[in-house]
Design a binder for this molecule. Sequence first.
Ligand code: FE2
Length: 155
Amino acid sequence: MEAQVKKVKSKNSEVKDKLNQLLADYQLYYQNLRGLHWNVKGSMFFMLHEKFEEYYNEAADAVDEIAERILMIGGTPLHTFSDYIKYASIQETENVSDGKEAVYVTLDNSKHLLNRFNEVLEVAEKAGDEATSALMSDFISAAEKRIWMLSSVLA
Ligand SMILES: [Fe+2]
């Protein structure tokens, strides 16, 4: 029985750790979108300026959902810039003003997030954490749609 409890606990901590890594990546994705919204120039300006705003608003909601899920399962969400930089694997984007490059960066970041969602989903399923799994499923659907749309812009 005690071994069983220990096993559940270690699986739960794996979910918390993976969610915190996802949170860090999401914050980088969010800030990258803000920068792209501000700096993009050229013929695609109106479309991209607006689209990036839509994406960062969605990202802000997602960040909050992830952080609150971490709290619900007994963890502490990372909440400082220094921790986000330390744990994120998405890179900071700086001084991108070309429309195509901005779309490419967002596509690349989105693919990265999609991999993270799948990683979290895997550990959440192993831990029997239904709510985290469901949250990841929603994120996966949204990311796949975004990836398709961004790829279409570049096609
Ligand atoms: Fe704005």
